[in-house]
Each structure stands twice: as C-alpha cells, then as structure tokens.
Design a protein around this ligand. Structure first.
Ligand code: THU
Length: 131
C-alpha cells in the first residue's frame, strides 16, 4: 500500500473518532510489515486525561493481534494543516514500532508529508537503556 492510500485510510478511520469534548477528530492507519492494516481513532473521556489518541488505539490493537514490526502510520484530522503525533504517541510509537517507522501526516486537502519517527523524536529514551 502506498503512502497516499494509507493516508486515505486514516481519513476514513477519522469517522470512528469519539471526540465529544474537544470536537477534534483524529484518525490513524497503521501498516504492519506484512501489509496488514490497523485503523484507530481518538476516544475521549469526561475525565479528560483518560482520553486516548488515534495512534495509540491503532498500535495497541495491532500489538494485541501479535504484530511486532511496522512500516508506516498515517494520521489525519479536520485541521487545515498536517496533524503531527503528540509527544506521548511519539514515545509509544518509538517503543512499539521503532525509529524507522514512516509517519505520514495528512492535511485537510489530503496532501501528505512523511517523516521518519527518529526525526520527530530525536535522542529518545528507549528499551536500550533498560537492558
Ligand atoms: N489527538 C490524537 O488523537 N492524536 C494526536 O497525536 C494529537 C491529539 C487527540 C486527543 C484528543 O482527543 C484530541 O486530539 C485533542 O487533543
């Protein structure tokens, strides 16, 4: 699957968003090494800090299904500009998907920009420190 197609799947996943408080709907599409697709969307909570981002719903589901290697994640929102992953999601993606993950950000016109996760989270704390 190419980056554009993965981006369109993130836009599709956004429809599943439960964002009753911020009204900021986010969708994510995660591609495994075997080209399996996992969709995610943000799920908000009245106790705001319990909210979970789109990226993490997608990656946690993939991990639960036994996947350990990933190629790319696309992230889409209703915002005009590209939607970058939050800091917490960058850390989770670093741990579970690794520094070479392609992070594809989608803007409202469905244009994309792609960065390696290592560019978005340089000097990261990671599992190497715990060995
Ligand atoms: N959000 C995501 O789903 N992913 C991000 O990387 C940025 C933020 C969600 C969390 C919350 O539901 C809403 O966007 C506003 O912060």
């Amino acid at each position: 699957m190419n980056d554009k197609k993965l981006a369109s799947m993130a836009v599709e996943a956004k429809k599943k968003s439960f964002a009753n408080f911020s009204n900021f709907h986010v969708g994510a599409a995660l591609l495994t090494e075997n080209d399996e697709l996992y969709l995610g969307a943000n799920i908000e909570n009245s106790s705001y800090s319990l909210t979970i981002c789109a990226e993490r719903t997608a990656v946690f589901q993939a991990i639960l299904d036994g996947h350990r290697k990933f190629k790319a994640i696309a992230i889409a929102s209703d915002f005009e500009d590209y939607c970058p992953p939050c800091g917490a999601c960058r850390q989770v993606l670093m741990d579970l998907c690794g520094k070479d993950l392609d992070v594809i950000m989608v803007n409202k016109k469905e244009e994309i920009i792609t960065h390696k996760l290592s560019e978005l989270l340089p000097l990261s704390f990671n599992e190497e420190y715990l060995k």
